[in-house]
Design a protein around this ligand. Structure first.
Ligand code: ZN
Length: 246
C-alpha cells in the first residue's frame, strides 16, 4: 500500500474568524496537509462561531482540545476576570450556540495525545487555570508534565517555541527540526486574532516523517472579517485590532 507521509496542520485560536480560517485551509491544501488538529478557542472575539466550529469539528475529528473561550461560551457561569471586550463577545456567542454545539464545546478534553504529540490550550501543569507561557520559566513548569517529545499549545496568540535539552531555550520561530531526546513546547500562533504585530493568520505544519515544524503566515481579507464584526454589533475594538495584529 502506498504510504502517504502525514503532515499535520495544527490550528489554534481560530476565534470565530471564518475569513481567516478559509484562507488558512486553502494554504493547507496547497501545502499537502493530510491531517488536522486544533489547540482550542474555536469561538470568541469574531462573528462566525457556528461555521468555524463546524469546520474544525469536521476536519479535526477527535483532535481538538478545549480553550478558555470554548469553556465559558458553553456554560452559563458568571464571567469572572474576563476583559470587557472578550466578555461582550462571550455573551453574544452564548446566544448563537444551540444546545448541541454548546455540548460539543463543553465535552472537549483539556489535553489530548495525537500519534506522538500532545496538545493543550494553555499549560500542561494546570490546563484549566489558563496560565500563559511567554517565557522559559513558564515553559519549564509545563515541560515537567509533558510526557511526549512535542506539545503544541495556544492561548497567547504569539507563535513561540521552547526547546528543552537540559536547559530550556526559546523564542519566535519559523522552522524547527525536532531532535530526538529533546522536548518541544510550540505555540502555533492564532488563526483568527494574531497578537505578535503581524496581522496575517498563523498556524503550524508538523511533518511527522521529516520531523519538522514550520510556522505558516497567511494573508486574508481583514476588512471582510472586520465588517462581519461590525455588522453583528460586536465591540469596535474586536474589529480594529485585527488590522494591527495586536
Ligand atoms: Zn484565544
Amino acid at each position: 500500500m502506498y504510504h502517504v507521509p502525514r503532515r499535520y496542520a495544527i490550528l489554534g485560536d481560530v476565534h470565530a474568524n471564518l475569513v481567516a480560517l478559509e484562507a488558512v485551509l486553502a494554504d493547507c491544501r496547497e501545502q499537502g496537509v493530510t491531517n488536522y488538529a486544533c489547540v482550542g478557542d474555536l469561538v470568541g472575539y469574531n462573528a462566525q462561531p457556528i461555521p468555524c466550529l463546524d469546520r474544525i469539528r469536521e476536519l479535526c475529528g477527535p483532535n481538538v482540545v478545549v480553550g478558555n473561550h470554548d469553556f465559558v461560551c458553553s456554560r452559563p457561569d458568571p464571567l469572572l476576570g474576563f476583559h470587557p471586550l472578550a466578555k461582550a463577545v462571550v455573551l453574544w456567542t452564548r446566544e448563537q450556540l444551540d444546545s448541541e454545539r454548546a455540548e460539543y464545546l463543553r465535552l472537549l478534553p483539556e489535553t489530548r495525545t495525537v500519534e506522538t504529540f500532545m496538545m493543550v490550550h494553555a499549560t500542561l501543569d494546570d490546563p484549566l487555570s489558563w496560565g500563559y507561557v511567554f517565557d522559559k520559566l513558564e515553559a519549564e513548569v509545563s515541560f515537567s508534565y509533558q510526557m511526549a517529545p512535542v506539545c503544541f499549545y495556544g492561548h497567547s496568540h504569539v507563535p513561540t517555541a521552547f526547546e528543552k535539552a537540559g536547559i530550556v531555550r526559546g523564542g519566535l520561530y519559523r522552522n524547527l527540526l525536532i531532535t530526538p531526546g529533546r522536548k518541544y513546547l510550540i505555540n502555533v500562533g492564532s488563526v483568527g486574532q494574531p497578537r505578535d504585530g503581524d496581522p496575517r493568520a498563523a498556524y503550524a505544519i508538523y511533518d511527522l516523517a521529516a520531523n519538522t515544524v514550520e510556522l505558516r503566515r497567511v494573508p486574508y481579507d481583514v476588512a471582510a472579517a472586520q465588517k462581519l464584526i461590525r455588522d453583528a454589533g460586536l465591540p469596535e475594538q474586536a474589529a480594529a485590532r485585527l488590522a494591527q495584529g495586536r
